[in-house]
Design a protein around this ligand. Structure first.
Ligand SMILES: Nc1ncnc2c1ncn2[C@@H]1O[C@H](COP(=O)(O)OP(=O)(O)OP(=O)(O)O)[C@@H](O)[C@H]1O
Length: 726
C-alpha cells in the first residue's frame, strides 16, 4: 500500500475529490483527528489584519486544526488537471493543514472599499482642514473683538466683523461638504460589507445553521454591522471623530503659540480630563455590554413569540410569553437605569474638569493680565480654546468608545464567519455562476469588490474547477441509478451519535423507491445526504457510477427536487413562488400556469382575490396546507428535475386534499427517479421497491407483496397500521 504526504489546500498541489473531502471532513471533526490546536491568529496570514482588540471569541470558534488525515478508499480517477502532474494513490496518508479561517472584515478589505471613493476622500480631507481652521480661528477673533471693544485695538469694528462673518459662512459650508461626503463613503462601504456578510452566511454549510439561531445571524447584519456604521455616522459631528482629533491637535499648537507659559498648564489639565473620562469609561464597559445583551434577549423573545404565534395561541401560552417578556424588559430597564447612573457621573466628571481648567485659567491668566504680560484678548481666546479642547477631548473619548464597540462587533462577525464552515463547493459554484452571468439582473454588483467577487475562503478552487457541471450532471442524473454505498453518517453537531450505520440502497433510474421505518430511523437524514446538505461521514453516494462529490453542487441542486411535508413558501405572490422553481431563469406566466395546472393548483389559484398575483403571506401562512403543498408541487414541476424526493409530502393533508395532491404527485413522479418517504404505508404500496430503514440501516428491501411475504418488520408495521385503522 503506497503512502504519500500531500499537504491539503497548498497551492500547486492537486488532490482527488475523495482526498479533498475526506481531509476536509477530518479537519472539521477535530475530535478524532486532532493533533494540536492553534489559535486562528497564529495561522492567519500576515496580510490578513484582524479588526478587533482581543482574540477571545474568535479563538473559541475558529480554532484551526492541524490534522493528520489517513485517507483510505478505492482508487479514484484523477481529478488532475494541468498536465496530470499528480498520480492518485489508492491510499494516502496525509498531514493536512485544515482550511485556514479567513476573516471577512479586515483592514485590507475596508481600505479596498474606502479607496473606491478617492475623490470624495480628498474632498473630505480638504473640508476637514477648512472646518478646523475656521473653528480654531474663531476664538482669536473673539479675543480681537474684546480688544476692539475695550479700546485696546485700533482695528475698525466693521472690518473685524466682516472677517468673522466670512468664517461663520465658510465653516458651515465646509461642514456640509465634509459630512455629506464622509457619510456617502461610509454608507457605500457599509452596503458592500452588508452584502459580503449576507453572502458569507448564505454559503455556510448546513450545520452552521444548526449551530446558530436565526436571531444571532440577523444580529450580525443589523446590530453588529450597525456598530461599525456608527464609527462614522455617529462621529461626523463637530465634537466627534476626525474633527475632534484635528481640533485637539490644532488647539494645543495654537495655545503654545499664544502663550507658552499657560499652554502646558491647560494641556496637563485637559490630559487629566481625558484620562479620567477614559479610565472611568473603561470601567463601565460591562454595564454597556449587559445593556446590549438585555436588548438582544428582548429581540429574541419577540422573535420567538411572533414566529410561533400559532403554537402560542394553541397552548394558551400568551401569559407565559408575557411573563417571559416582562422579565426581559425588567432586566433591560435595570441595566438601562444603571447605565444612566454611570452616564451621569461621566458627564459631571467632565464638567468638573472644565470648571477646574477655567478657574485655573482665570487665576493664572488674570494675574498675567494684571502684570501686563498678557492681553485681555488672549485670555478671552484661551477661554474659547478651553471649551473647544474640553468638548473635543470628551468627544474623542466617546469616539474611542464607539471604536471599541465596533471592534467587538467586528470580532463577533469575524468569529462567526471565520470561514471554517464555508461550503466551498457551493461558494465556488455561486462565484462561477455570477461570473458567467448565469443569473439574470445586475443586482450582484454589490457583491463584487474591485470587479471581482470577494475572496471566497479556502483555496480548493483549482480542484473544484474539475467538478462535473451543467449538462453532464443532468444527463448522468437522468440516465443512471443513484446508489448509497455503505453510507455512514453522524450530524456534525452530534458526532458521537451514529444516525446512519452502513446504508446500502439503489434508487433505480425512473422508478419509485419508498423509504419507510419508525420515527428517528434516519429516513430524512438520507434525504439530506441525497440533497447534499451534508456529506456522508464515510461511504459514498454514486450517480450513474460517479461519486456525487465530484458533481458541482449547484448543478446537483438543479437536478433534484424536494417536496417536504411543510413546504416553505416565500413571502411573495403565488406566481412568483411557482417561478422560484427556476430562480435563475426568466419564467413566463404561461409556464407558471402550465405547472400550476399540472399540480392541480390552477383552479384554486384563479379563485384567489388577485389570482396568480395574490401574496401568500409569511411562509405561505395565508394559504391552506393543501394549497401550499400544491404550489410546492407546481414549483417542483417547473423545475423539471430528473430526481425527485417526496418527504412526507401528503401526510399533513385531509383525504380530499390528499387525493388532489396525490394526483399531482403522480404526474410529477412520472419518469423521474423518485424517493418517497411516508409513514402512511397505504400511500407507498405501489412503489417499485420499498426499503425499510431501521437503526440507520436498510433492514428490508422489496416490493409491498415481497415484504409482506417475508413477514418481517415491514409486515408487522403494516399490521400495526391496519389495527390502528380498525
Ligand atoms: N440537524 C440535526 N442535528 C443533529 N441530530 C439530528 C439532526 N436532524 C436529525 N437528527 C437526529 O438524527 C436521527 C434521525 O433523524 P431523521 O430525521 O433522519 O429521522 P426520520 O426517520 O426521518 O424520523 P421521522 O420519521 O420522525 O421524520 C434522530 O435521532 C434525530 O434526533
Amino acid at each position: 500500500m503506497a503512502f504519500a504526504t500531500l499537504p491539503l489546500l497548498q497551492p500547486g498541489k492537486l488532490l482527488t475529490v475523495r482526498q479533498y473531502h475526506n481531509a476536509q471532513r477530518r479537519s472539521s471533526n477535530n475530535q478524532s483527528h486532532k493533533l494540536c490546536v492553534f489559535p486562528s491568529s497564529v495561522l492567519s496570514g500576515s496580510n490578513e489584519f484582524r479588526l478587533g482588540l482581543r482574540p477571545r471569541i474568535s479563538e473559541r470558534l475558529s480554532y484551526a486544526t492541524i490534522a493528520s488525515a489517513n485517507v483510505t478508499g478505492p482508487a479514484y480517477d484523477a481529478f488532475v488537471s494541468e498536465g496530470n502532474e499528480f498520480k492518485v494513490e489508492d491510499s494516502v496518508d496525509s498531514t493536512t493543514v485544515a482550511a485556514q479561517p479567513t476573516y471577512l472584515i479586515s483592514w485590507g478589505l475596508l481600505w479596498k472599499l474606502v479607496s473606491r471613493h478617492k475623490l470624495r476622500l480628498l474632498l473630505c480631507i480638504l473640508t476637514l482642514v477648512g472646518c478646523t481652521t475656521c473653528s480654531l480661528t474663531m476664538p482669536i477673533y473673539s479675543g480681537g473683538l474684546f480688544e476692539v471693544l475695550t479700546g485696546r485695538s485700533s482695528e475698525p469694528l466693521l472690518e473685524l466683523l466682516c472677517r468673522i462673518g466670512v468664517l461663520y459662512t465658510l465653516e458651515p459650508i465646509c461642514t456640509v461638504i465634509y459630512i455629506v461626503n464622509m457619510n456617502a463613503i461610509w454608507e457605500k462601504v457599509m452596503s458592500s460589507l452588508r452584502a459580503q456578510i449576507f453572502q458569507r452566511v448564505l454559503i455556510q454549510k448546513v450545520e452552521f445553521f444548526d449551530r446558530y439561531k436565526v436571531g444571532e445571524l440577523t444580529a450580525l447584519l443589523t446590530s453588529d454591522l450597525g456598530s461599525l456604521k456608527n464609527i462614522v455616522s455617529e462621529n461626523i459631528s463637530r465634537d466627534r471623530g476626525f474633527r475632534a482629533l484635528s481640533e485637539i491637535i490644532g488647539t494645543i499648537c495654537l495655545l503654545f503659540v499664544l502663550s507658552p507659559q499657560l499652554a502646558p498648564i491647560l494641556g496637563i489639565l485637559m490630559l487629566l480630563v481625558s484620562t479620567l473620562v477614559a479610565v472611568y469609561k473603561r470601567t463601565t464597559v460591562n454595564v454597556f455590554k449587559a445593556h446590549g445583551m438585555a436588548q438582544a434577549s428582548i429581540a429574541d423573545c419577540v422573535n420567538e413569540t411572533f414566529s410561533a404565534i400559532r403554537t402560542v395561541r394553541s397552548f394558551n401560552g400568551e401569559k407565559r410569553q408575557m411573563s417571559m417578556f416582562s422579565r426581559q424588559v425588567f432586566e433591560y430597564e435595570n441595566s438601562g437605569l444603571k447605565l444612566g447612573y454611570f452616564k451621569s457621573i461621566n458627564e459631571s466628571l467632565t464638567r468638573i474638569a472644565v470648571y477646574i481648567a477655567l478657574m485655573a485659567l482665570y487665576y493664572l491668566g488674570g494675574n498675567k493680565v494684571k502684570a501686563g504680560e498678557l492681553s485681555v484678548g488672549t485670555v478671552a481666546s484661551f477661554i474659547g480654546y478651553t471649551f473647544i479642547l474640553t468638548f473635543a477631548v470628551q468627544g474623542l473619548v466617546n469616539t474611542f468608545g464607539d471604536l471599541r464597540v465596533a471592534f467587538a462587533a467586528t470580532e463577533r462577525i469575524n468569529s462567526v464567519l471565520s470561514g471554517a464552515e464555508v461550503d466551498e463547493a457551493l461558494a465556488f459554484a455561486l462565484e462561477k455562476d455570477i461570473k458567467q452571468k448565469k443569473t439574470p439582473g445586475n443586482d450582484f454588483d454589490i457583491f463584487l469588490i474591485n470587479g471581482s467577487e470577494s475572496k471566497t475562503p479556502g483555496s480548493g478552487k483549482r480542484f473544484m474547477s474539475s467538478l462535473k457541471s451543467g449538462s453532464s450532471v443532468r444527463s448522468l442524473a437522468a440516465s443512471g441509478d443513484i446508489c448509497l454505498q455503505d453510507v455512514h453518517f453522524s450530524y456534525p453537531l452530534r458526532p458521537d451519535v451514529k444516525v446512519l450505520d452502513g446504508v446500502n440502497l439503489t434508487l433505480r433510474r425512473g422508478t419509485v423507491t419508498a423509504l419507510v421505518g419508525s420515527s428517528g430511523a434516519g429516513k430524512s437524514t438520507i434525504v439530506q445526504l441525497l440533497a447534499r446538505f451534508y456529506e456522508p461521514t464515510s461511504g459514498c453516494i454514486t450517480v450513474a457510477g460517479e461519486d456525487l462529490r465530484t458533481f458541482d453542487k449547484s448543478e446537483w441542486a438543479r437536478v433534484v427536487s424536494i417536496v417536504n411535508q411543510e413546504p416553505v413558501l416565500f413571502s411573495m405572490s403565488v406566481g412568483e413562488n411557482i417561478a422560484y422553481g427556476l430562480p435563475d431563469e426568466y419564467v413566463s406566466r404561461n409556464d407558471v400556469i402550465k405547472a400550476a395546472k399540472a399540480a392541480n393548483a390552477h383552479d384554486f389559484i384563479v379563485s384567489l382575490p388577485q389570482g396568480y398575483d395574490t401574496p401568500v403571506g409569511e411562509r405561505g401562512g395565508m394559504l391552506s396546507g393543501g394549497q401550499r403543498q400544491r404550489i410546492a408541487i407546481a414549483r417542483a414541476l417547473l423545475k423539471n428535475a430528473p430526481v425527485l424526493i417526496l418527504d412526507e409530502a401528503t401526510s399533513a393533508l385531509d383525504t380530499v386534499s390528499e387525493k388532489l395532491v396525490q394526483k399531482a404527485l403522480n404526474h410529477l413522479m412520472n419518469g423521474r427517479t423518485t424517493l418517497v418517504i411516508a409513514h402512511r404505508l397505504s400511500t407507498v404500496q405501489n412503489a417499485d421497491q420499498i426499503a425499510l430503514c431501521s437503526d440507520g440501516k436498510i433492514a428490508e428491501l422489496g416490493t409491498h407483496s415481497e415484504l409482506l411475504n417475508k413477514n418481517g418488520q415491514y409486515a408487522s408495521l403494516v399490521g400495526t397500521q391496519r389495527l390502528a385503522f380498525e
